[in-house]
Write a protein that binds this ligand. Structure first.
Ligand code: G3P
Length: 244
């Protein structure tokens, strides 16, 4: 039985401080990661987690969840989960099913897979009730504050216009990251703010951490990279910014 995956804390001057350590790789359905490709990328990600001591989470396509989760010892997330009943809900990837497949959690409300707020609320609640971790995505600061009230363990701010462009949110929209971090702190959000969209280099990651996020959600720059271990290490090492 896998332990629950939640944001890690550091002890600093007697104070508990959320560690900037979460690196989520969203495989999406890129041809490079369909079938066996998912296993190879997940193994490379697991190697990085072990090497750098950061939390690396992989989100492979749904058909590969069990195979990947039974192969690597890092948290595996579904890319979405649905609210069908446990029973007659043909075709729904319900929370109980992704848990049984070995997942530690799921991405929710990604720009490419949006759900209504009331469905998101019920899904986060149901996932919490069975020990699954939620990473809920938001497109704006306002939406992030609304979702924070649902207390997902992770909240990822991703402006859809930058997704897959190679123009990093931390460079093209720095005010979105600082503004969201401030708004969530004001709202008393206790989870971990991540960011995604267009992140391609270590420099993009360092900027994201410096602007107040606790980690990254990345897809194309990793999945499309010539050398997965090298790209993963470049982005992962940058998460130690301000520590080395
Ligand atoms: O979920 C992560 C994703 O939407 C970001 O995509 O390709 O810009 O890293 P990408």
């Amino acid at each position: 039985m896998r332990t629950r995956f939640i944001p890690r804390m550091d002890e600093a001057n007697g104070q508990q401080k959320m560690r900037a350590s979460t690196f989520i790789v969203n495989f999406k359905n890129y041809p490079e990661v369909l079938g066996e490709g998912s296993l190879r990328l997940a193994k490379a990600a697991a190697g990085l987690s072990w090497e750098l001591g950061i939390d690396v989470v992989v989100a492979p396509p749904t058909p590969m969840l069990h195979t990947v989760a039974s192969t690597v010892r890092i948290p595996v997330f579904a890319q979405r989960t649905e609210l069908g009943e446990e029973g007659k809900s043909t075709g729904h990837a319900i929370p109980e099913s992704i848990k049984a497949a070995g997942c530690a959690g799921s991405l929710l409300n990604h720009s490419e897979s949006r759900i209504p707020m009331e469905v998101l609320a019920l899904t986060i609640e149901r996932m919490k009730s069975i020990g699954l971790t939620s990473c809920a995505c938001a497109e704006t600061t306002e939406e992030a504050v609304e979702i924070a009230a649902l207390e997902p363990e992770f909240l990822a701010i991703e402006p859809p216009e930058l997704i897959g462009t190679g123009r990093a949110v931390s460079k093209a929209r720095p005010e979105l990251l600082t503004g969201t971090a401030e708004a969530l702190a004001k709202a008393g959000y206790k989870g971990s703010l991540l960011c995604g969209a267009g992140i391609v280099s270590g420099d993009d990651v360092e900027a994201a951490i410096r602007l107040g996020t606790r980690g990254i959600l990345v897809a194309s720059s990793v999945v499309k990279a010539q050398d997965w271990p090298t790209k993963l290490r470049e982005l992962g090492t940058a998460m130690h910014v301000g520590k080395l």
